[in-house]
Write a protein of this length. Structure first.
Length: 119
């Protein structure tokens, strides 16, 4: 059984920084990537960033390039999202997800963590 659990959300001021963490457990060998997504009130969930589970390939949404950094620690089965220069429009529930290497889609999702950027 695979579990993905986020932590680290909270309230931060515009221009500030926050780091989210995602801990995976279970059969992580079936992962191809770990990703972060977010959903703001009244909007659809959108892709934020992703990193290969066994490679260092990364991908970012244009809206966060140069501000967010995704990283992975396979020894701890964790993925982090360092968010810098935060903007009010970054306010959302952030979700961590694991992409299944055979199904080729994000299958395992965390419960989400709220990030609120205040001005």
């Amino acid at each position: 059984q695979v579990q993905v659990v986020e932590s680290g959300g909270g309230l931060v001021q515009v221009g500030g920084s926050l780091t989210l963490s995602c801990a995976a457990s279970g059969r992580t060998s079936i992962f191809s990537h770990m990703g972060w997504f977010r959903q703001a009130p009244g909007k659809e969930r959108e892709f934020v960033a992703a990193i290969g589970w066994t490679s260092d390939n990364t991908d970012y949404a244009d809206s966060v390039k140069g501000r967010f950094i995704i990283s992975r620690d396979n020894a701890k089965n964790t993925v982090s999202l360092q968010m810098n220069s935060l903007k009010a429009e970054d306010t959302a529930v952030y979700y961590c997800a694991a992409r299944h290497k055979i199904l080729a889609r994000y299958v395992y999702w965390g419960q989400g963590t709220q990030v609120t950027v205040s001005s």
